[in-house]
Design a binder for this molecule. Structure first.
Ligand SMILES: NC(=O)c1ccc[n+]([C@@H]2O[C@H](COP(=O)([O-])OP(=O)(O)OC[C@H]3O[C@@H](n4cnc5c(N)ncnc54)[C@H](O)[C@@H]3O)[C@@H](O)[C@H]2O)c1
Length: 369
């Protein structure tokens, strides 16, 4: 299969993403190319990655001094305790700035280990091998790293760019359907906020992505998604303005996840799917988008059996808690909640334009859910 190379490059970041099947073959060569001084490697790896890939990666890196750190993955990994523990282990083994941390896992492993790489000696090399669809289309691009706080998700972190991303499509073969849907949510988001033709393409290929796992179609979807994410990230790395558009649906999503204690009952992508439909309904209510836009999106959800309602996912329909968490979202800069609303498929309103006072959210949420 063809390998696609996308360069994430502007004045602040410059690294390639290789997307294809069988690209683990070239991992050693790529490290020599992009982190040439590396002697030690910390392999931070998700326990759920099939053994054959773990073995292959270790074999291919055997000429380096390699330390493996395997984790059972859940949101609790994104904590200060776990961060401190890994940083201390790297310091004990005398990792320095020429050495390299390689993340092999989904968004949780990527966020956690990117953060560790960014603070260890103020930054050691970081390479990302995203193994979930969500990580391949979203979290491996843009340099956001971080951990959670009791006050909410991803509230502690840094911006830290990898030296290289290797997106091996074969990793997707062992991923659960639920996690494929999770990445699909972000692919869909990229189309909804920026590219109506991509939405049409997704409508045509949704079964190939969600059911058949057609790897060439996946490669196209991932490449297109990465390009859209890069478009926003490159214009506004530190999320002061236009990058906030990538948060379409996420104000709801993060609050839904937090109100559910980040449990496995609802995963990030499911929350994003619900969040995007709520944000579209809010857009219609606020008259920024037409009924036809809302209808097309709802129709797409129904045809693909995507989650649309908070109640279906949360036992206790605790809107109050959800609203409290929305109020803590880091995009708010006053007592109002900041939303990204849709104008039409492929275009949103400007960030910061729609702010709703917390006290009004209860009645709104009841109407749009
Ligand atoms: N940094 C960013 O820009 C950014 C963007 C979006 C999301 N995120 C973060 O990403 C996280 C969610 O990431 P995720 O959806 O990848 O979840 P995840 O990392 O929890 O992975 C999902 C599940 O899949 C398993 N898994 C991973 N790869 C596998 C494989 N190849 N085969 C079988 N099982 C595999 C994991 O063990 C886990 O159980 C959240 O913490 C979210 O906040 C970060």
């Amino acid at each position: 299969m063809k390998v696609s190379k996308l360069t994430i490059g502007n004045k602040n970041m410059n690294y390639p993403i290789f997307i294809g099947s069988g690209i683990l073959n070239s991992i050693k060569k790529r490290i020599r190319e992009y982190c040439p001084e590396t002697k030690k490697i910390a392999l931070v790896i998700d326990k759920n990655i099939p053994f054959k890939y773990k073995k292959e990666i270790k074999q291919r890196l055997s000429s380096f001094e390699i330390y493996t750190f395997e984790y059972s993955v859940n949101e609790n990994l994104k904590s200060f305790t776990k961060t401190n523990n890994l940083v201390e282990k790297l310091l004990k083994r005398n990792f320095n700035r020429n050495d390299t941390l390689i993340a092999v896992g989904g968004g949780i492993i990527g966020d956690f280990s990117g953060f560790v790489a960014s603070i260890t000696k103020r930054g050691i090399n970081f390479i990302n091998l995203p193994t979930t669809l969500l990580a391949q289309v979203d979290s491996s691009i843009g340099g956001k790293t971080g951990i959670n706080s009791n006050m909410g998700k991803n509230l502690i972190g840094s911006f830290y760019q990898p030296k290289l991303v290797l997106t091996e499509l074969n990793f997707l073969k062992s991923l659960s359907k639920r996690n494929i849907i999770c990445g699909f949510a972000e692919i869909l988001k990229h189309a909804l906020i920026h590219d109506s033709n991509f939405f049409i393409w997704i409508k045509k290929n949704s079964k190939n992505i969600l059911e058949n796992l057609n790897l060439s179609i996946m490669r196209e979807a991932i490449l297109k998604s990465c390009k859209i994410k890069f478009y926003f990230v490159s214009k506004d790395e530190k999320e002061k303005n236009i990058r906030m558009i990538l948060n379409f649906g996420h104000t709801f999503a993060h609050a839904i996840e937090a109100a559910n204690g980040f449990s496995r009952k609802i995963n990030h992508g499911e929350a994003v799917l619900i969040g995007m439909i709520l944000a579209t309904r809010l857009s219609f209510k606020k008259k920024t988008c037409s009924f036809s836009t809302l209808d097309k999106i709802e129709d797409f959800y129904k045809k693909n059996n995507l989650p649309m309602k908070i109640q279906k996912k949360l036992k206790k329909n605790n809107f109050k808690q959800i609203i409290n968490f929305m109020g803590k979202d880091k995009k708010n800069n006053d007592e109002r909640i900041n939303f990204i609303l849709l104008k039409k498929i492929g275009k949103t309103c400007q960030p910061g334009k729609f702010k709703i006072p917390k006290k009004n959210m209860g009645s709104i949420l009841k109407k749009i859910n």
